[in-house]
Design a protein around this ligand. Structure first.
Ligand SMILES: NC(=O)c1ccc[n+]([C@@H]2O[C@H](COP(=O)([O-])OP(=O)(O)OC[C@H]3O[C@@H](n4cnc5c(N)ncnc54)[C@H](OP(=O)(O)O)[C@@H]3O)[C@@H](O)[C@H]2O)c1
Length: 223
């Protein structure tokens, strides 16, 4: 897809991690790139704010959603329902609020790219909130791709990627987690935000990709 000075892109969650790398990659092309998250005044769990954000922006070409990396861990039977629902409110319902609001403004032939995660299709005890949220999102994205055509809708599913999502960990534990992943994954490395950004750009660019879930996970799902 050709980028011109008139191309408008939006990255929801673009102020850190994977989203920030997508913003950097898009900014190297002609056109305008907008980045939004709570720190710029947009809380995606507030549907009305999301509607207002897109209404103020007007016509857009490409919308990327990378927000909401946090979800409680633990067994299903130990779940803190309000924490689990809050995670869904941000990532699952937030993605749908963005899809709903953005659909009115994305021009025909434009794109919406959502983000799931490898746990959507991997059975790991103690991670069910991420599994459920991301699996639900992947399922809805395929329906959206039919309903919003000719807007193309795709999902990028990251594997373990070194971002601010892990900044609460102490640096030793974070380093050990990343090195363990690099040693066990078929790709022999953990993910960098730039690795993921290339995937978002490729689904934006390729006019024959829609309704797809693209795994960029170092081989986590074949491991
Ligand atoms: N990193 C990984 O290993 C990994 C693996 C699988 C899947 N993923 C998925 O990839 C996506 C990006 O992850 P990341 O690692 O880049 O995470 P990140 O660096 O933590 O970025 C997530 C962004 O979401 C924004 N956000 C959180 N709550 C929000 C809200 N209510 N409204 C608006 N924005 C909100 C945050 O910005 P503000 O604080 O400014 O709101 C933050 O910039 C996430 O959906 C995550 O689940 C990541």
């Amino acid at each position: 897809m050709t980028f011109t000075e008139n191309t408008v892109s939006v990255v929801i969650g673009g102020n850190s991690g994977i989203g920030q790398a997508v913003v950097t990659a898009l900014a190297a092309r002609p056109g305008q790139v907008n980045s939004a998250s709570r720190r710029t005044g947009l809380d995606i769990s507030d549907e009305q704010s999301v509607e207002q954000y897109f209404a103020a922006l007007g016509r857009v070409d490409h919308v990327v959603f990378t927000a909401g990396s946090q979800a409680p861990g633990g067994k299903v039977t130990d779940v803190n329902m309000s924490e689990a629902k809050a995670a869904f409110d941000v990532k699952f319902w937030g993605s749908l609020a963005v899809a709903k609001a953005a659909a009115k403004h994305i021009r025909p032939g434009g794109t919406l790219t959502l983000t799931s995660g490898f746990l959507a299709r991997r059975t790991v005890p103690g991670t069910f909130v991420k599994t459920a949220m991301n699996a639900a999102l992947e399922a809805v994205a395929k329906i959206l791709a039919r309903e919003l055509s000719p807007i193309r809708v795709n999902v990028i599913s990251p594997g373990l990627t070194d971002t601010e999502a892990y900044q609460a960990m102490n640096s030793e534990a974070r380093h050990a987690m990343l090195e363990r992943a690099a040693a066990s994954l078929p790709a022999g490395r953990f993910g960098r935000a730039q690795d993921l950004a290339m995937g978002y750009l490729s689904v934006i660019d390729n006019p024959f990709i829609t309704g797809a879930v693209i795994d960029i996970d170092g081989g986590a799902l074949i491991n």
